[in-house]
Design a protein. Structure first.
Length: 253
């Protein structure tokens, strides 16, 4: 195997949550371009179909399973569908995430539980379901955020708490499953990338945050996807329990 071969996911099966838009779409297409078949899940079936078409255009098979991952039964159903179609799950990318900018004194219990239910609980239910079927050499990546490490001027207590909790979950699953199951578990902490989510931010907010970005601008989703592919590939086969920050340097300021 050459160095370049170590970055490929030839004939692996990659399961990606939150794959109906944004970074999830970039991750799904990148996995296909790296040689993997892809299982995608999200709540919006119509948008999942678009992602599946993009994966298939890259020459790989794609199974779309609409689901709400805050429901542990739904997570098991997604993994069962993946096993029925492909017979294996080699990589899980816990990408699904929700959040809203709500001042802490006004955030309702329902709003807080909604965020935690998807961002933290959903990631755990999916990891559990995949961990039961994954073979040695498999990999899980939890997509956290720089808001697990720093702040960015918005009132996002629930979102920040959920993303910080993912880092603890990552470390614990890495130590539980590394030697016993041979499963690597890591986290990505992205900064600001140009996606549909950043399009929803208030006018002027991104301009206010850019001076903190050492490299000067928003990230290209393709660059984050490339980091993900490295992290789940044999090239990162000795990396586990780590958080990889990809933020253009914003956490340096």
């Amino acid at each position: 195997m050459t160095i370049l071969d170590m970055f490929r996911l030839t004939d692996q099966v990659v399961l990606i949550t939150g794959a109906s838009s944004g970074l999830g779409v970039s991750f799904a297409v990148a996995a296909a371009e790296a040689g993997a078949d892809v299982v995608i899940t999200a709540r919006r079936a119509d948008r999942l179909r678009q992602t599946a078409e993009a994966v298939e255009a890259a020459g790989r098979r794609c199974l779309a399973v609409p689901a709400d991952i805050s429901d542990p039964v739904a997570c098991t159903t997604v993994v069962q569908a993946a096993m029925a179609e492909f017979g294996r799950v080699d990589v899980l990318v816990n990408n699904a995430g929700v959040g809203a900018a709500v001042p802490a004194t006004r955030e309702t219990p329902e709003q807080f539980q909604w965020v935690m239910g998807t961002n933290l609980n959903g990631a755990y239910w999916m990891a559990q379901a995949c961990g039961r079927v994954m073979r040695p050499g498999s990999s899980i990546v939890n997509v956290s955020s720089i808001l697990a490490i720093t702040t960015a001027g918005l009132p996002q207590a629930a979102y920040s708490a959920s993303k910080a909790a993912l880092l603890g979950l990552t470390r614990d699953l890495a130590q539980q499953w590394g030697s016993r199951k041979g499963i690597r578990v890591n986290a990505l902490a992205p900064g600001f990338f140009a996606t549909e989510m950043t399009d929803l931010l208030a006018d002027g907010y991104l301009d206010s945050i850019k001076p903190r970005i050492v490299l000067g601008d928003l990230g290209d989703p393709g660059a984050l996807a490339a980091t993900l592919i490295w992290l789940v590939s044999p090239a990162a086969g000795y990396v586990t329990g780590q958080t990889v920050v990809v933020d253009g340097g914003i956490t340096l300021t």
